[in-house]
Design a protein around this ligand. Structure first.
Ligand SMILES: [Zn+2]
Length: 265
C-alpha cells in the first residue's frame, strides 16, 4: 500500500509540475487539447482499472517470490550495484519491447493508439490502450522473475520510467546548450517528438523512454527530424491526417484496418 501511495504521489507531483512548465513555456500551440486530454485521461483511468492498481502487488510478489533465485543471483554484487544493473537491464528491456510493438503487426495494432495523438504534450504519456498496458506488465513481470530483480529496483525503475516518459512527451523545449548534453544520456522532448512523426522512417527511430543510450547502441537514434522540427507532422505513422474522433474509435483502433496507408510506424 505504501508502495502504491509513493507511486501515485510522485506521479501527481511530476505530472502537475510538467503541466505547469508546458503551460508557462509551451514549445507550440495545442489546438486540440480539450478532446485529447479527455481521451488521454479516460485511457489512463481504464488502464488503471485494468492493471495499474495491481501492478505493485504483482511485481512485488514476483520480485519477492524469486528473491535469490534469478539469473542475477549468480553474480556477486553489492546491493547498490545490483539495483543499478537491474535498472539498466529493465530499461534495455523496455527499449526492445517498444521496438517489438512497432515491428510485430498484431502488437502495432495496439501501440498505434499511443501514436494516434495528433499533438504531443504531457498527457500523451498516459495514452495507451489498456490491453497494451496489461501486456507490458506481463512482459515486465516475466523479466523480473527470470532475472531475479530486487523489489527496490523495480520500484525505483518504475518511478524513473514514468517520470521520464512524462518529461519527454511534454510540450517544452530545453535550451540548446542543455539539450546537447542531456540527450546523450536521457530521452528529451526533442528526441521523442521525432518518434511521433507521421513519417514511418522517423517513427521507427528513438524507441527509448528513459535512457537514450540504447538507441545510440542499437543504431536507432535520430537527433534531428528529416525536415527540421518545424516540418515534423505529429500523428499516426503512414497516414496524412488520420486521428480517432471518439473514445470508441480509440478503443476499437486495434481492430481497424487502414486502407492504402496501413503502414507500420
Ligand atoms: Zn512507439
Amino acid at each position: 500500500m505504501i508502495d502504491f501511495t509513493v507511486r501515485i504521489s510522485i506521479f501527481l507531483v511530476v505530472f502537475s509540475s510538467l503541466m505547469t512548465w508546458q503551460w508557462l513555456a509551451p514549445r507550440g500551440a495545442l489546438l486540440q487539447w480539450r478532446q485529447r486530454w479527455q481521451h488521454n485521461l479516460i485511457l489512463l483511468m481504464l488502464g488503471a482499472v485494468c492493471v495499474r492498481l495491481f501492478q505493485p502487488v504483482l511485481l512485488s510478489f514476483v520480485a519477492y517470490s524469486n528473491q535469490g533465485a534469478g539469473l542475477l543471483s549468480h553474480i556477486s554484487l553489492p546491493f547498490w550495484a545490483l539495483v543499478l544493473v537491474s535498472i539498466l537491464l529493465l530499461d534495455c528491456l523496455i527499449y526492445w519491447q517498444h521496438r517489438l510493438f512497432h515491428t510485430v503487426p498484431l502488437l502495432w495494432r495496439l501501440h498505434r493508439v499511443h501514436h494516434s495523438d495528433p499533438e504531443l504534450d504531457v498527457s500523451s504519456a498516459i495514452r495507451f490502450h489498456p490491453v497494451e498496458i496489461v501486456l507490458s506488465l506481463c512482459i515486465k513481470a516475466t523479466a523480473v522473475w527470470v532475472l531475479g530483480i530486487p523489489v527496490e529496483a523495480v520500484l525505483i525503475f518504475d518511478i524513473l520510467l514514468n517520470a521520464s516518459a512524462m518529461f519527454n512527451h511534454t510540450n517544452v523545449r530545453l535550451p540548446a546548450k542543455i539539450e546537447k548534453w542531456v540527450i546523450k544520456l536521457v530521452v528529451t522532448p526533442d528526441m521523442h517528438r521525432i518518434h511521433h512523426s507521421r513519417v514511418s522512417a522517423e517513427a521507427n527511430s528513438n524507441y527509448g523512454f528513459f535512457l537514450s543510450i540504447w538507441d545510440a547502441l542499437f543504431g536507432s537514434k535520430r537527433n534531428h527530424a528529416m525536415h527540421g522540427d518545424a516540418g515534423l507532422s505529429i500523428g499516426m505513422p503512414g497516414t496524412k491526417a488520420y486521428q480517432p474522433s471518439s473514445l470508441t474509435d480509440l478503443l476499437m483502433m486495434p481492430l481497424k484496418t487502414f486502407g492504402k496507408s496501413r503502414k507500420r510506424g
